[in-house]
Design a protein around this ligand. Structure first.
Ligand SMILES: Nc1nc2c(c(=O)[nH]1)N[C@H]1C(S)=C(S)[C@@H](COP(=O)(O)OP(=O)(O)OC[C@H]3O[C@@H](n4cnc5c(N)ncnc54)[C@H](O)[C@@H]3O)O[C@H]1N2
Ligand code: MOO
Length: 421
């Protein structure tokens, strides 16, 4: 199964090793064809190339008059040039078959988006043209200065030439990508299938919103956070109701969840207490450990198990540890399973604006504000960022990594950080 390194032999891995082990287990996604409007948030299952040039025809970029520059040479307020405006081309009309270009000094009334007939090589905006006679722009136009060749004309392919790469395979389709595909008339899009993930909160103390909060109970927040985050990524998520601390019941639920989901994410019950059953339940469900401890804080007890092609990630119940596990380990797996071309976490570097004084036996991941300052990223750790606390969730734009081995980090120290979306 997994290739044992010195560290993984006893189940202990670094965050990077855990990330690598998990993404290596994400199954290659399938393909399906969906209507363009349904493709939002999905991953392109094939590369898309422009089937024609954009714009597809010579197009006016301003409202005005299409002219031949040669006719306007020497035009000045003292010696204006008069052009016969015999035709009009609206946006949506075809330039073919437009009559009235026989005159030596002729112009065509055009509008933004109108086609421009081949014999005209410049547009003079209407604000610069005085109509001498005629209604609705048709008649004679007085030009007071020479036109510049090519001005306000978008040539075919000027924006996107034919056969240009529009989308790489694996690119997430957002509103900008939708615009690109729609511009070329793609009615249906081939996208990768969505991974299905089951979320199982574990803990006797957990109740759902709507249920009374009896003494000693708390509402399940991790289940909702995991569900929301994974749905936002595009996965199909089944959040199960909180499960009591019973090994056989947890094992049964994991086994059942694997019938429809390749990945099960549990939260809670993963530590060393008497009622922490996530790990033994995974083994009871027939799974083998991938790792049982990650060198990270919070979230040290985070574990992962495998049964055939099925994977279980057991996150800590402490909300901030659950959050760190989600960002650092669950998301890369889901991105890969979703067919994304960039699934590993992308770390940036920045400078701590304030120091952190917490012992760091392992790398510590702290929620921080991030802002650009003097050409670099500046990170301000949020106050009250303890493992069991949720206060620092809102407002955190980054997860900053304080390296292991010290008592924290000083203001001004450079650190790696991960953008939170
Ligand atoms: N003797 C030791 N105790 C603990 C150790 C240790 O090494 N030795 N490790 C600590 C660390 S580090 C962590 S992290 C936690 C991990 O505990 P679990 O993952 O087993 O989580 P629980 O005990 O089930 O819950 C912890 C905490 O979080 C609350 N919780 C649980 N689920 C949810 C949820 N779905 N929504 C909101 N809050 C939840 C739970 O009520 C607890 O307060 O263990 C330390 N202990
Ligand atoms: O490492 Mo525990 O993960 O929250 O403090």
């Amino acid at each position: 199964m997994i290739e044992a390194t010195e560290k993984t032999r006893n189940g202990v891995v670094s965050v990077e090793e855990a990330e690598g082990l998990l993404v290596s287990r994400a199954l290659p996604p399938g393909k399906e064809v969906v209507e363009l409007s349904q493709a939002l948030g999905r991953t392109a299952a094939e590369a898309y190339v422009s089937p024609f040039s954009m714009p597809p025809f010579r197009r006016a970029a301003m409202d005005g008059y299409a002219v031949k520059t040669i006719d306007t040479l020497g035009a000045s307020p003292e010696q204006p040039v008069l052009l016969f405006v015999e035709s009009e081309l609206k946006a949506g009309q075809s330039a073919e078959g437009v009559q009235g270009f026989s005159s030596e000094r002729s112009a065509v009334r055009v509008f933004t988006g109108s086609p421009v007939p081949a014999s005209f090589d410049s547009i003079i905006i209407q604000e610069r043209v005085r109509r001498v006679i005629g209604e609705d722009g048709i008649g004679v136009a007085q030009i007071d200065r020479p036109a510049e060749r090519g001005q306000h004309i978008a040539e075919p392919g000027k924006d996107i030439p034919e056969c240009s790469l529009l989308l790489k395979q694996g690119k997430r389709i957002g509103p900008k990508e939708m615009a690109l595909l729609a511009s070329f008339g793609f009615e249906r899009v081939s996208v990768h299938t969505k991974p299905t993930v089951a979320v199982l909160p574990i803990g006797e103390e957990l109740v759902l919103p709507g249920q009374p909060l009896l003494p000693g109970r708390i509402y399940d927040s991790n289940g909702f956070m995991l569900e929301a985050s994974l749905k936002e990524m595009g996965a199909t998520v089944r959040r199960l109701p909180p499960c009591a601390d019973r090994e056989d019941e947890i094992a049964r639920l994991i086994d059942q969840a694997w019938e429809t989901a390749d990945l099960v994410v549990t939260t809670g019950g993963v530590s060393v207490g008497r009622y922490d059953y996530a790990k033994p339940a995974a083994e009871l469900a027939g799974a083998e450990p991938l790792f049982t401890k990650v060198l990270m804080r919070p979230g040290t007890p985070t574990s992962a198990y495998a049964r055939g092609a099925k994977t279980l990630i057991a996150l800590s119940g402490n909300p901030s540890a659950c959050f760190a596990g989600l960002e650092l380990l669950v998301k890369p797996y889901v991105r890969k399973a979703y067919g994304s071309d960039s699934y590993l976490n992308e770390w940036e570097s920045g400078v701590l604006e304030e120091g952190v004084s917490k012992p760091c036996p392992y790398p510590r991941y702290i929620r921080s504000r991030v802002r650009p300052a003097g050409g670099a990223w500046s990170l301000t750790p949020l106050p009250n960022d303890r493992s069991g606390n949720i206060a620092a969730f809102s407002g955190a734009g980054a997860l900053a990594m304080i390296p292991a081995g010290g008592q924290g980090a000083a203001a001004g120290q450079s650190v790696r950080w991960l953008r939170l979306t």
